[in-house]
Design a protein around this ligand. Sequence first.
Ligand code: FAD
Ligand code: GLY
Length: 394
Amino acid sequence: MSDNQKQFDAAIVGGGVIGCAIAWRLAQGGMRVAVIERGDIGREASFAAGGMLVPLAEADEADDLFHMCVASRAMYADFAHELQQASGINVEYRTEGTLYLSLTEHDDEELERRWQWQHAAGLNVKRLNADCARKLEPQINPQLRWALKFPDDHQINNRLLIAALHTAARNAGVEFQTQTEVESLLIESLLIESRAGRKQIVGVRTSRGEVISKTVIVAAGSWSSLLKTEAETSLPNLNVAPVHGQMIAVEMPSPAVNHTIYSCRAYVVPRLGGFVIAGSTSDKFGFEKRVTAGGMASIIERAKEILPGFADLAVTETWSGLRPRAADGLPVIGADDSVAGLVYATGHYRNGILLTPITAQAVSEIVLKGESGVQLSAFSPQRFARLQADGSKP
Ligand code: FAD
Ligand code: GLY
């Protein structure tokens, strides 16, 4: 091995919440793990998020993604506790629940539809009249018609989650290589009876040298589809692209808001320490992360519908991030069919913070045991290639 080569049992491309959580679990399983991150740890989508753990507030139907989100939500209390033990960092897991407001006749229909399917499915959703909802949150719009409450849709502080995962993984022995870009995946053809047979990942080439590893996990968020190989091996098209979202934080002195509050057009999320954050937008600006005047104006307008006093509050921060979205909006989790040792964990789109515990469990089981108990067939990395072979468009 040359001076600029390092050897690990697993190399992870990308140090967002997904890469860090997988690294932590693999190191707990006894592996020597490297996380290779182009910038600083957790400064992309994972930093930009709202930290909401809200499958009921965001789902339109009980599909595969919804079931995975609910399963991950159920893991969160223990996950947050274990992380605190391992890192000494409290991720501010909050259980006040989420309110969803109806402010117009059109909203009535949307909330009614949501109530019907969720109630019929036996999910924990409650109808509140305007007085009840305003007793819970006196600062919400007096024009409120009625509301839903999702008592089990909780939240954490995602920036503390990054810090906790980073510390826990480091304490477990993970090596973080920051300011280091993965330039290509290194793949070898295995010769079987003198013929080229199955392919094997053997590491990654980075801007600082080679990392040798027989397991490589692609957790590169919105950039996952850009990774190249040096061998004549084409990777499955993951179809992951960035969806730009903007956020604003304002100071909110007491009486503070306690619940995450949705309308059909925006959400506001309380943070400890007298802040609320509001979002978001959804645009295709490529990989550019500008904060736009129009984006801010529309978030403020829509946040005012929820909290009429919002526009008078002092702005402390504005930012944007890139949600990693696969063409069908579902995550991409699982092993590559044709390259042994190559595993994907990306495309978490609007739910990557929520899906962190279950993704880390699924991927670490695949790597450590060869298969996972988590139901992953809908999220297969091969699904787009299959669609192409069938002649259907993803
Ligand atoms: P990222 O955090 O983007 O991390 C990927 C990392 O890979 C980056 O750090 C990047 O630098 C690195 N990388 C890429 N290419 C390379 C390379 N070649 N070499 C080395 N490193 C590389 N989810 C929720 O569950 N709840 C929410 O409330 C929520 N709110 C959101 C609000 C907004 C405005 C946005 C933008 C997203 C929100 N999300 C939310 C979604 C969530 O943030 C993402 O799904 C999640 O953060 C994805 O995590 P990740 O680790 O896959 O990606
Ligand atoms: N899940 C919230 C967002 O992506 O904006």
